[in-house]
Design a protein around this ligand. Structure first.
Ligand SMILES: [Zn+2]
Length: 450
């Protein structure tokens, strides 16, 4: 089978070859938890959830490491917390829990590692120090540490920008202490703080040799430091929304690759999903045209939202409208009725159709995969494909491990053979060790997560 992905680095569909098929690394930029997430966030995390499911299918469940961070220390959090007279950490924690509730509702699998800025200050200080030591950064009179983009001529290449055309990242304030307007902050000293609510860390406490002003990390450095710590200096796939290409991902590349031998990339494949638009305009917080995931879930089922997001190729824009969501809801309802006819038992060990996986392996062509599902002749096959796409949210979560599937099959067999002590033993084992509650009904054995 050919597995190909469109790599933003080359703007071409390339065969995907992992560095180590026994441990495929995927890093996706996470959220800044200062507010409820909107449908634009849902798109990115649903798209990369399908990629994660596909990688697990191809390389094996335990051979993929998915890392997604939380920017739990950030200007937006500090500002919002000051407005509400709250502690920034409490505000961030509240929105992290809100984000989890949204992701769980949308049946997005949890990544393997979810690093937070607050627990990774040491790795960021270390990387900032290395960049200073190699001349890729400088300390300003007020104590900030700034990346020297003029020393990295490829800056902006991922986003096909030439250095002199570049604008500032909107998340970096104008700063007259910079050598070049493209330079960006690695460490923000607290000296210029207006609110004094900033969470300040002392670089010396983390072993810094080349800078000393108490402060906190800039935004971009976290992904470079966290991906290096959890996936190594070069890993397989880095993903995120198209809007992160510049400046964020260009900054990540500048930071990480400045510390690598020439020609060694931070990530071999960069994947970007398209925007959610509203009447053709990008959905964003700043434009005020956004719908939160929670609002959308009030009106539409999670299956309908996932189905609507996945029926368009991930690189193309998806327009949000009630008409589009209503149409997706009708399709989801029709699929739901099919899935209700299938008992969970019927799906155990049902292989996925080859053409379905081939469609997904062709640059994550979910619309083609859904067309195959739609025209598939038998219902069990259809429901198996729905399950793979995470579209059986309410019916059966069906994220059982191979071991759990075997236990369920063994219990079913024991019941058929009327070996009740054994079937009771397996029922208790599934409940106590796996949190799966098994019940016997007129159509056989069913189960749910406790
Ligand atoms: Zn990032």
């Amino acid at each position: 089978m050919q597995f190909r992905l469109t790599n933003t680095l080359t703007r071409e569909k390339q065969t995907f070859t992992p560095i180590d098929p026994n441990n495929v690394g995927l890093y996706v930029c996470g959220v800044t938890p200062y507010d409820n997430s909107h449908i634009g966030h849902a798109r990115a995390y649903v798209v990369f959830d399908v990629l994660y499911r596909l990688l697990r299918h191809i390389y094996g469940e335990n051979h993929v490491t998915y890392v997604r961070n939380f920017t739990d220390i950030a200007d937006e959090i500090i500002k919002r917390a000051a407005e509400r007279n709250e502690e920034p950490t409490a505000l961030a924690e509240h929105h992290i829990q809100s984000f989890y509730a949204d992701m769980d509702a949308l049946n997005v699998l949890r990544p393997n590692i979810e690093p937070r800025v607050s627990t990774h200050i040491g790795s960021m200080v270390e990387m900032t120090d290395e960049l200073l030591a190699k001349g890729y950064a400088y300390v300003t009179p007020s104590g900030d540490v700034i990346y020297r983009t003029q020393k990295f001529p490829r800056f902006g290449q991922l986003a096909r920008r030439k250095l002199d055309e570049q604008q500032h990242g909107s998340r970096v304030a104008e700063d007259t202490e910079k050598e070049s307007p493209n330079d960006f902050v690695l460490w923000k000293a607290n000296a210029k703080s207006a609110t004094k609510m900033e969470q300040a860390f002392n670089p010396k406490d983390y072993g810094a040799q080349h800078f000393s002003a108490p402060g906190r990390p800039g935004w971009h450095i976290e992904c470079s430091a966290m991906s290096r710590q959890h996936l190594g200096p070069t890993f397989d796939i880095h993903g995120g929304g198209e809007d992160l290409q510049f400046p964020h991902h260009c900054c990540e590349i500048a930071q990480s690759e400045a510390l690598l031998p020439a020609g060694q990339p931070m990530a071999n494949y960069w994947l970007h999903n398209g925007f959610i638009t509203v009447g053709g305009t990008k959905m964003s917080k700043s434009l005020g045209n956004f719908t939160t995931i929670k609002d959308a879930l009030q009106k539409y089922s999670p299956e309908a939202i996932r189905l609507w997001l996945l029926q368009t190729h991930y690189r193309k824009p998806v327009d949000y409208s009630d008409e589009a969501l209503k149409a997706a809801q009708q399709r989801a309802n029709r699929w739901q009725r099919i899935s209700e006819e299938i008992m969970p038992d019927h799906l155990l060990n049902v292989p996925l159709p080859k053409e379905f996986i081939e469609a997904l392996a062709d640059d994550l062509n979910t619309s083609e995969a859904m067309a195959i599902l739609e025209s598939w002749p038998d219902k069990i096959g259809k429901v198996r494909m729905m399950q793979f796409l995470g579209l059986l949210v309410r019916a059966q979560s069906m994220e059982e491990s191979p071991e759990e599937i075997q236990l369920l099959l063994d219990r079913k067999k024991a019941r058929i053979e009327k070996n009740f002590p054994e079937s009771d033993r397996l029922r208790d084992l599934l409940k106590e060790e796996h949190g799966i509650i098994v019940e016997d009904g007129p159509n056989g054995q069913t189960w749910r997560r406790a």
